[in-house]
Write a protein that binds this ligand. Structure first.
Ligand code: AHR
Length: 490
């Protein structure tokens, strides 16, 4: 098969906000305890955090991490995770039916995040709590005033404010499973009032209001319309969440999910702009795709209720999952004019690119690699791409081109990076690439993620799926079912 990609230096989609390479750490399963934090581990630092895990996280160059949930946040009392560790209570954690020890809270997490080189995107509890608690937490984190919560932080040993800029107004409040689930009207009101309190406490913050939990929610679209009707003036972003799986074991359909994701993003942008027009507003609401990934391998698993850090949602990712993650990243890049924040959910152990063993190894799952390369090389300006190639229909009628691609221009580094997935399960694709306005561009690197086995996985003993450098040949070929990165310098 043959394909052609054409770009022109002057035709841009937009500047990529580095926060689209964000991730997510929730207090659930072994994400924190046994993942980031394990004081008895041989690599643990003086605060109890695993250095082997930190090293892998650093490789991903994650600029922002959403914390502390997720469903968890809707029942969380942040205060009990601060102050003297010895005195912190163990609590029933209702979202995931576990025991939360509170050994790690915002004090410890912000120190860890600093070492990881990441900002925090902090979520407040709008499930069992409300505006006042959110405002208290903001004061604790960001203010230098001589007032109760700011002084409490200082008393806990943190003289300088944490300076958290991005805040989520709750989590998935449309979901009946959510602790403190609300109707769109109820949520729209409480989110607006919380936003008012928070912004008058710290006008420099940015706020994300909850959109739908996923595209298939029966209230999708109407939820966004109603919530924004209330909250439009008070917030900056609306959230999107979406996970995909290959439950029917149909790889071509699975690879077409990013076409669905693209349509989802465009629908939410259209809803924001509808409300904008209705309100005669000047401000534009942008999108925060703050939970996305492949998630299905662990569905239906059993675990011991009320245990501490149970092994839940520990999807072991296959090579084909990495292709889907690669396609989803390309979709985020190509929508960078509206998607300003995105969080791969999650970061360690729980549906994550990094896996650990309690007391043992830490290793990279298959999905680690497309994420790492996108984060490292996908910064700059996304160019509009004209892609000429054959397409196929997924069984749910999505017209899906065999090539999914993005082209990112980094003017500072004088680099152009092409990210591309060949979705064909049968044929290699020879590429002709027209880089208009980049006459001197020279291909320096072709990195490929390929495996003969679509279900190939990485384990602690065997990293079977990992990227390889290809010889630079006259004709660029994308192997059947492969992820590729071409790096040009000019
Ligand atoms: O990431 C796992 C869970 O998925 C989160 O807690 C929740 O927000 C979503 O439903």
């Amino acid at each position: 098969m043959k394909a052609e990609i054409i770009v022109n230096k002057n035709f841009v989609i937009g500047e990529i906000d580095k926060r689209i390479y964000g991730s997510f750490i929730e207090h659930m399963g072994r994400a924190v305890y046994g993942g980031l934090y394990e004081p008895t581990h041989k690599t643990a630092d003086t605060n109890g955090f695993r250095k082997d895990v930190l090293e892998l996280v650093r490789k991903l160059n994650v600029p922002i991490i959403r914390y502390p949930g997720g469903n968890f946040v809707s029942g969380y009392n942040w205060e009990v995770g601060t102050g003297d560790k010895e005195k912190r209570p163990k609590k029933l954690e209702l979202a995931w039916k576990s025991t939360e020890t509170n050994e790690v809270g915002i004090d410890e997490f912000q120190e860890w995040a600093k070492q990881a080189g990441a900002d925090i995107m902090m979520a407040v509890n709008l499930g069992t709590r409300g505006p006042q608690d959110a405002q208290n937490l903001l004061e604790y984190c960001n203010l230098n005033t001589d007032t109760h919560y700011a002084n409490r932080r200082k008393g806990n040993g943190f003289k300088e404010p944490f300076g958290i800029k991005t805040w989520c107004l709750g989590n998935e409040m449309d979901g009946p499973w959510q602790i403190g689930h609300k109707t769109a009207e109820e949520y729209g009101r409480i989110a607006t009032e919380t936003a008012k309190l928070m912004k008058s406490t710290d006008p420099d913050i940015e706020l994300v209001v909850c959109g739908s939990s996923n595209y298939d929610m029966p209230t999708f679209a109407q939820w966004e319309l109603s919530v924004l009707d209330h909250a439009y003036d008070a917030v900056d972003y609306i959230s999107l969440h979406q996970y995909y799986g290959n439950q029917n074991d149909n790889t071509s359909d699975f690879l077409a999910r990013s076409v669905h994701m693209d349509a989802f993003i465009k629908s939410v942008a259209a809803i924001c702009d509808t409300v904008k027009a209705k309100k005669h507003a000047h401000k534009t609401i942008n999108l925060s795709f703050d939970e996305w990934n492949v998630w299905f391998h662990s569905n239906g698993e059993k675990f011991d209720e009320w245990s501490i850090a149970p092994s839940i949602l520990e999807d072991v990712y296959t090579f084909e999952d990495a292709l889907v993650v690669g396609c989803m990243l390309i979709t985020l890049q190509n929508n960078c004019d509206r998607v300003k924040i995105a969080c791969l959910a999650q970061l360690v152990n729980v549906i994550a690119p990094i896996m650990t063993e309690n007391g043992g190894a830490a290793w990279a799952q298959t999905i680690f690699y497309p994420f790492m390369y996108a984060s490292l090389n996908g910064r700059g300006t996304a160019l509009q791409t004209i892609i000429k190639c054959d397409s196929y229909q997924s069984t749910d009628h999505l017209l899906t081109p065999y090539i999914e691609a993005s082209v990112i221009h980094n003017e500072e580094k004088r680099e152009l990076t092409v990210f591309a997935v060949n979705r064909s399960l049968a044929e290699d694709i020879d590429l002709s690439l027209k880089l208009e306005g980049f006459d001197r561009a020279k291909l320096e690197k072709h990195i490929e993620l390929y495996s003969d086995h679509l279900k190939g996985i990485n384990t602690k003993e065997n990293a079977a799926v990992y990227p390889k450098k290809r010889e630079i040949a006259e004709t660029i070929t994308f192997k059947k079912h492969s992820w590729n990165m071409l790096l040009y310098k000019y």
